[in-house]
Design a protein around this ligand. Sequence first.
Ligand SMILES: C[S@@+](CC[C@H](N)C(=O)[O-])C[C@H]1O[C@@H](n2cnc3c(N)ncnc32)[C@H](O)[C@@H]1O
Length: 347
Amino acid sequence: MRTANGWRNWGSELSRLDWAGLNKHVWATTMKAPPEGFSSEHQPVLLHEVLDFLMCRPGGIFVDATLGLGGHAEAILQKIQPGGRLIGVDRDKESLERVRDRLLPYAHSVLYFHENFKNLPLILNNLDLPPLDGILADLGVSSYQLLSPERGFSFQGSGMLDMRMDRSQTQTAAGLVNQLPEEQIADLIHRYGEERYARRIAKAIVRARSQGRISQCAELARIIESAVPARGPRSIHPATRTFQALRIAVNEELEGLEEFLADVLPFVKPGGRVAVISFHSLEDRIVKRTFRKAAGLCVCNRSPELCTCPREARVTIITPRPATPRAAELKDNPRARSARLRVAERI
Ligand SMILES: C[S@@+](CC[C@H](N)C(=O)[O-])C[C@H]1O[C@@H](n2cnc3c(N)ncnc32)[C@H](O)[C@@H]1O
């Protein structure tokens, strides 16, 4: 039965169901139809590619910086037995609680940290580990977060406008839309959502909030829908970009990504790899640029005489073009359609 406390109280009811069963249960009890692009089973994105690129072997030491539902972590753990170890990080405490159950068979091989991955160097400094074989970061939100109405990530959900990955932080999406000046809302939607109707949407938000606080996801989705021209039959929902922008802002998703990628390199052994899956161009640009910089390549795009980019190479880029999901994966998991995987190898 669903209670005010949400998912966690479904434990006994769902104890004998697998994740596919859990997801079907969610559709049945909380949603009329699955959100666009989500399949009824949780599938880690680009799983085969991640395992191949990370060259997971028995005895390997890996970091999963974004444990989520543990799909990639479980597959990595299978490959690195016996003797392998995994350091698992997520800023979402509820996800960590769930993933612990899933990874119980590997309890002796996993260390969990409820942290922002930008603090990974601190974590690693405090662990007496040999250099790492690899690090994975699968950026963005998990399907668990998207599907939990009370987490307030989805414009199709019935929950409060929240969007915090780490619920101990104070800033929520409702806070931003109800408190920021119109200009700042427009800038945020434009910058993080690359939304062409950012100004119209910001105006509509400010008009609506003058009538009363905007607190529900569905309410904000309606305001956005009313502010933009009707969409074509195949285009994305008009609220998609604004919700993405708010999520990025609430969780400060782009801040620290470059530092994280640069700062973790010294912890990876020569020949070890860092793999990053991103889901939108803003993230992918940062990953591409950071890897290029670390590879001693130019990132300033100036002519060679004017370029002052440091040319010391710390990595080799393994994916000059990002790996993307194959048709078969997209058929099973349309949510993977925007995924891009970039990999760099420590020299
Ligand atoms: C796309 S999901 C990962 C899914 C996972 N690979 C799997 O197979 O289930 C992204 C996860 O990363 C977490 N996350 C996002 N940004 C983070 C950050 N800066 N630090 C730590 N965790 C983060 C989110 O809370 C979410 O659980």
